[in-house]
Design a protein around this ligand. Sequence first.
Ligand code: LLP
Length: 422
Amino acid sequence: MNILYYNENNFLSLEKTDLSEFSNTVETPFYIYSSEEIRRNCETVLERSGPFDLFPCYAVKANYNPAILKIVLEKGFGADVVSSGELYFALKAGFSPEKIMFAGVGKTEAEMRYAIEQGIHSLNIESESELKLLVKIAGEMKLTDPVRAALRVNPDVDPQTHPYISTGLKSNKFGIAGDKAFDLFLNYRRNQNLSLSGIHVHIGSQISSPEPYLETAAYLHKFVMDLRKKNVEIEFLDLGGGIGINYEQQIDGSGTDKTYLNNILNPFLEKLKELQIPLFIELGRSLVGSAGLLVTKILYIKKTPHKTFYIVDAGMNNLIRPSLYDAHHQIIPLHKTDSREIKVDVVGPVCESSDFLAKDRLLPELKEGDYLAVTGAGAYGQVQSSNYNLRPIIAEYLIEKEEIKTIHRRQRIEDIAAQYTW
Ligand code: LLP
């Protein structure tokens, strides 16, 4: 059954919650998530992991709300973190350190020390300078076991996605070029404080076709085989994440593939299976993206000779994806009527012309006070929000077994003010 549908009275429901009824009782805008959808997405991955030696991890950056971390943790996922803050949240949520990988181009010395002290699975290293610093720290820390690390290689593969979320091209800041990484594996293999035993790759995000992954798999396959010829044995491959979701979710539809997991994951893993090396993946959007909605209210409708604007109470401060990546998020009314469709811009209250949720979008003719839901907002939504224009970070709710839980209370202006020197 679809988790998002219009009920018999034409009100949008998430799981069994009538969102209009709920919206009347709380302050808008807000994020609301379906725990069932997150579980289903996790299960899709687990069902596919059967033939592979696969360790699925959750990319915490997609949505670090502790309640969401706990759902993926319950499903047996590890965590991929990119800052000491994310590591702190992952540990506090209960992830065991051996299931945590730490990535990122700019880890500080303090972050590396913290990660090593906590005994995480591995650090993914992105430059020779960072590798040298890790060796120095590991030496100073007098560890009983060497620190496990992977080198993130840059395969120069085009992920065919928005340039701001492409990471595997040689023009991107991420990873180490193949020949350079190859030399580092040879040079550092006998270091007593370091076990440089993994390869990490992550080519980009919101990828919707298998081809870039197949190209990456072929690249990794050759890389590992070339290292084997030099007697360097790789002990794990961390394949990153990036699998896209369908942002045009079918409401009331059935059997639609909301994420591209089904057609991407298997062929990718299949290509690497014969290497017989444990495989890690770090999925963010494909686990939580389809589970979240941003609910907002139309404050004003402004008609000019050129445009109709639905001015809503959520803006780029809440969901920056449309402004930043020109991302398309489906927007639907909480109450479906048979009014005609008109072309509108859905814009927020922030003082920027880039503050829009949709442009030239066909939406039903609505009235002030009506609610809208922005779908596909579970990943990179709330976590990328800001206090711009001094707007508080909004509340997050989770539907769990027909109950709605507050999993993040709305920030108060006093909370923000308290951080300043007056
Ligand atoms: N692993 C690494 C090393 C990453 O950098 C990322 C995402 C992931 C895994 C998870 O990727 P996912 O499965 O979620 O695509 N803010 C952008 C997306 C940035 C992704 C950054 N890295 C957006 O809203 O589209």
